[in-house]
Design a protein around this ligand. Structure first.
Ligand SMILES: Nc1ncnc2c1ncn2[C@@H]1O[C@H](COP(=O)(O)OP(=O)(O)O)[C@@H](O)[C@H]1O
Ligand SMILES: [Mg+2]
Length: 295
């Protein structure tokens, strides 16, 4: 069974894209088939995963969402980064999508309908071709595009920075998800809050963790692993790479790997693996792939 997971928060800069990319890579390295979908007009996810594979002229998520008439003539906008790790690129034109969706009769279900289109090669609905589909959302809260992401998803991951703004935004986010669930009759639920830029020495980090550990306040679990503050995250973005390509032995890569194991529901790595060992294995996997495919 495939799971569609949106990475959503009102705020920009709270590691939505970092989380979608690196959790996607971690699950893929653990042997799962993964699709990454970029719905943010800033296209940060696309910049990270899209190398020479996708060309400017090829279709993106945008053409499929905004034009109801063209589906039959367009190839599906699915591109392969590594075998088993695919992505649907975003487009800067997605800055128009909320206004355009307004005029469509199925305006909240465009993404869900798209992910259920049957792939001509495999004869499977797109989402069923993968174990995990990650939808990287744009900031800005209650937009029609984010509503589309919620309607298409089984779960939401909420990356949360240890700071006051993330707390202030939470009631709004919970009310939004409730409204989508009840009015659009979908079953999306919060898989968990993921604390990012974690620093156990900071009082604010510990206070925010205590707040999110109270299920009555936040109504969903806190992931049992925090993503530590890690300069390699920022560097990897500058190099347009995932953490697993740029710094597989970094603390944040290890944290994302442990979240991936938590999502799968069991420990996948042998106990003897240290982050350094993991880095070596990841590097070898990439080198092998690149040698085989010339990607
Ligand atoms: N654990 C971390 N430690 C340090 N910097 C991080 C961490 N996670 C993300 N960042 C940095 O924060 C910035 C914003 O992250 P990004 O994923 O683009 O946020 P969003 O998609 O929510 O706008 C990026 O420069 C990223 O490298
Ligand atoms: Mg982003």
């Amino acid at each position: 069974m495939s799971e569609v997971i949106s990475v959503l928060h009102d705020k920009g800069g709270c590691a939505k894209t970092t989380t979608a990319v690196n959790l996607g890579f971690a699950l893929w390295l653990l042997g799962k088939k993964v699709l990454l979908v970029d719905t943010d007009p800033q296209c940060n996810l696309t910049d990270t995963v899209d190398k020479t594979v996708h060309k400017e002229a090829d279709s993106t998520i945008y053409e499929w969402l905004h034009d109801e008439g063209q589906h039959a003539s367009l190839p599906l906008p699915i591109y392969t980064r590594y075998d088993g790790l695919d992505y649907i690129p975003g487009s800067h034109s997605m800055s128009n999508i909320n206004a355009e969706l307004q005029l469509m009769y199925n305006r909240e279900r465009r993404l869900a309908d798209f992910l259920n289109l049957v792939d001509p090669e495999t004869q499977l609905p797109i989402c069923e071709m993968y174990d995990y589909v990650f939808v990287d959302c744009a900031p800005g809260g209650e937009t029609l595009m984010n509503t589309n992401a919620l309607v298409a998803s089984d779960h939401v991951i909420v990356p949360t920075e240890a700071g006051i703004y993330s707390l202030q935004g939470l009631p709004r986010l919970l009310a939004y998800i409730d409204k989508v669930r009840s009015q659009l009759r979908c079953n999306v639920s919060i898989m968990g809050y993921l604390l990012i830029r974690w620093n156990a020495n900071r009082q604010i980090s510990r206070e925010v963790k205590a707040y999110y550990s109270n299920p009555e306040e936040v109504r969903a679990p806190l992931f049992p692993v925090q993503i530590r503050e890690c300069v390699r995250c920022t560097e990897s973005v500058a190099h347009e790479m995932s953490l697993f390509e740029y710094a597989p032995d970094s603390t944040a890569a290890d944290d994302y790997m442990r979240i991936a194991e938590y999502i799968i529901g069991r420990k996948v790595r042998p106990k003897s693996w240290t982050p350094m060992k993991w880095g070596q294995l990841a590097n070898a996997a990439f080198k092998r792939f690149i040698a085989e495919r010339g990607a």
